[in-house]
Design a protein around this ligand. Structure first.
Ligand code: KE4
Length: 428
């Protein structure tokens, strides 16, 4: 067993002043019966914990670190910006540069607003959709996560439309009652709901490639069906590409699947590891946002100049020829080897990847929605997580999360990972 005495000491200190000792619940590693590792620093594809142990990182800060840690171009851009100041609370050229870069990659948007997180992006997009349609109800999908705004933290129903049951105490039923959660990949369910109450639905929000129940890709026709049915009933289609934007393709899932949503939410990669979110769409919608229009949304640190250059210097690297091809080759190599090793070990897994976003479910049935995902062998996943971490491989501490390859992962990293998988699978 790795000696993680410093992490444990830090964890004891943290628990007395931070709820659960963390600033975001999943980091506490509770679902995999582990103490969290406290990270001291990172470089390339590796994290280094407070006890000096190194780990090959497939969490990538939950998605942003597609270049790997401390990419020289990003560090140089941040250092230069830092020499000019940290925050002004006033417009800067950096905000325009990043906005122009994003709009050139997402033709469904011709205007965008920067915020500080994915939660702010989706929360604001919902408010805009409600204002523009003069409707209140929101449709989401079981197992999709769009941040922790009240409207979107709704326990997933199962099978049929479920009027929101608060996913957390503190969310008034008067709010969650406006949110319906349907099974992902189920066009019949959304067609039924829209037939019954489509004229009250402000928007349908979806992770076009789901990553918060593990990786679940859209079934053929699902996204096209959402686009068609929302147009038919005058509801807005919101693609939450906070995770899959710039991850599954440079132009996100909407480019990969050639679907034009009405609003797009982004985060993670567009900040290059700094706190950035964004939402955007056509001018007719976005000009409803204050100060031009009446829909209010604001933020002290929105468009922070350091965060803007971290994002822009990251996106510029993604534009390099072959960037996504290289990620696809590396991710496919890892996932296909994991599938083969599982078969050789007699372990039932469902593995998948889209670009450098990958998933591994411990189940024998294909996973098309959250009900399928919930049938996974969570005990087996816990043992897998523990075995991999002991061997210096850092994966998400939850069966219901995705994994991420970065440009910094080397063939030696992937070889070492496959070796660790082979050993751990033998123990499962
Ligand atoms: P943030 O508010 O965490 O920046 O973004 C919320 C969000 C919105 N939409 C999607 C598709 C997301 O995946 C997220 C956040 N993702 C989680 C990981 N599954 C963040 C990690 C965490 O909560 O600590």
């Amino acid at each position: 067993m790795k000696n993680i005495i410093h992490s444990n000491q830090l964890y004891e200190r943290a628990k007395s002043i931070l709820p659960g000792g963390v600033n975001s619940p999943v980091r506490a590693c509770r679902s995999v019966d582990c103490q969290p590792l406290f990270i001291d620093h990172a470089e390339g594809s590796h994290l280094f914990d407070a006890d000096g142990h190194s780990y090959i990182d497939y969490v990538g800060s939950w998605g942003p670190m597609i270049l790997g840690h401390r990419h020289p171009e990003v560090i140089n851009a941040l250092s230069a910006a830092l020499n000019k100041g940290i925050s002004y609370g006033a417009p800067t050229q950096n905000e325009i540069e990043l906005a122009e870069c994003i709009l050139s990659a997402f033709p469904a948007m011709d205007m965008i607003r920067m915020v500080n997180s994915g939660t702010e992006a989706t929360m604001s997009a919902i408010r805009l959709a409600r204002a523009c349609t003069q409707r209140e109800k929101v449709v989401k999908f079981d197992g999709c996560y769009h941040g922790h705004a009240d409207t979107l933290l709704v326990a997933a129903g199962s099978g049929v439309a479920t009027l929101g049951i608060p996913g957390s105490p503190g969310i008034p039923e008067s709010i969650s009652a406006h949110t319906l959660s349907l099974p992902f990949n189920d066009l019949n369910a959304i067609e039924d709901v829209m037939k019954q109450q489509g004229d009250t639905i402000a928007c349908v929000i979806v992770e076009p490639v789901a990553g918060n129940m593990g990786l679940v890709r859209p079934q053929p026709g699902f996204l096209e069906g959402l686009r068609e049915i929302t147009r038919k009933y005058g509801s807005l289609l919101i693609f939450d590409e906070v995770m899959c934007g710039y991850r599954v393709a440079y132009g996100g899932a909407q480019t990969l699947f050639n679907i034009e949503p009405d609003l797009t939410c982004l985060g993670k990669i567009i900040g290059g590891g700094m706190p950035v979110g964004a939402y955007g769409g056509k001018k007719a919608l976005m000009n409803q946002i204050a100060p031009v229009g009446p829909v209010y949304q604001a933020g002290t640190l929105s468009g922070n100049p350091l965060a803007m250059v971290a994002g822009l210097s990251t996106l510029k690297q993604l534009q390099k020829p072959g960037f996504y091809d290289d990620l696809e080759i590396k991710t496919n190599h890892l996932i296909s080897n994991m599938e083969k090793l599982a078969t050789d070990s007699g372990i039932s897994v469902q593995a998948d990847h889209l670009g450098s976003m990958m998933g591994l479910f411990f189940t024998e049935t294909p996973v098309k929605n959250f009900d399928d995902a919930k049938k996974c062998d969570l005990n087996r996943f816990t043992r897998f997580y523990q075995g991999m971490r002991e061997r210096g491989i850092y994966i998400a501490p939850s069966q219901f999360e995705a994994g991420f390859m970065s440009a910094a992962h080397t063939s030696d990293d992937i070889k070492a990972t496959i070796h660790a998988v082979a050993e751990v699978f033998k123990e499962l």
